[in-house]
Design a protein around this ligand. Sequence first.
Ligand code: GLV
Length: 310
Amino acid sequence: MTILFHNTTFDKIDVWKKTIKKYFKNENLITIKDYKKFDEVKYAIIWNLPDEILSKLKNLKIIYSMGAGVDHILKLKNYNKKIPIIRIKDEQMGERIANYSLAQILNYQLNFKIFQNSQIKKYWSGERTPIDNKNLTVGIFGLGFLGKHIAGLLNKLNYNVIAYKKSSTKVKNVKIYTGKNIITFIKNSDVIISILPSTFQTHNIIDKKFLNMMKKHSCLINIGRGNTIEEKDLLNHLKKNKNFFAYLDVFKNEPLKTNSQFWKLPNVTITPHVAGVTAIESSVKYMYSVYKNIKMNKKVKSDVNLSNGY
Ligand code: GLV
């Protein structure tokens, strides 16, 4: 059997290929250059596969997303909803995304962005009182598998953790808001970490109205998807509110264009979609465990709820 591997943006693509070969020893690994073998392809391990390639994989049985998000697959016109999608659900990725979130929270509460801007101007800005963990309420916007990892780390460090989730659930030491309580969630947060997937319901959910409800001295960390933010509204908000900071890892269009105004604003920190880098070894091991189940004729359940869109 044959596996198609496609990814042009991740780091360490050679290690990815080596690791896939190590686990899936008895399978052929091909890339889109080997188009003559497309009919043999049963498994696809992909990130941003072009739609026209997907349309040529007539015998595809399983699609593995190389990340936690599956929007890159669901948006393809030729995606056949009967083909199960397996997404990465990995503790290591959970640790990475929690570390990233903590780093940006610390950046905000210790005024590092201000010091960094002063350094560029060779200006000694003087003492500024940091915000203590116990006085900072962090709101996690989207409390799925990864959001819970963030909550776990922040709880250990004495932050007040609250969250907003579409459906109600219980997580130890996290006050959870649902439905219309979104307003209280926004107003009570000193920091909002948005980790929402891209769906028709989350599209531009962080807009002018949302931002105006946030505290004037606060920060927004976006590690979910760029299209959950109405970027024009965020730009205006950042220009008007100098004590409002944004830590942005994802954008509507990536890579972010050189002429984007986000690059220049003193209250913005940009990272290139790296908050939850997929851990290779543990993820391929997970993919292989799903594959073994298929081999044993166990039914494969898609990780994706198509009606929710993620
Ligand atoms: C990254 O954005 C991912 O979906 O894993």
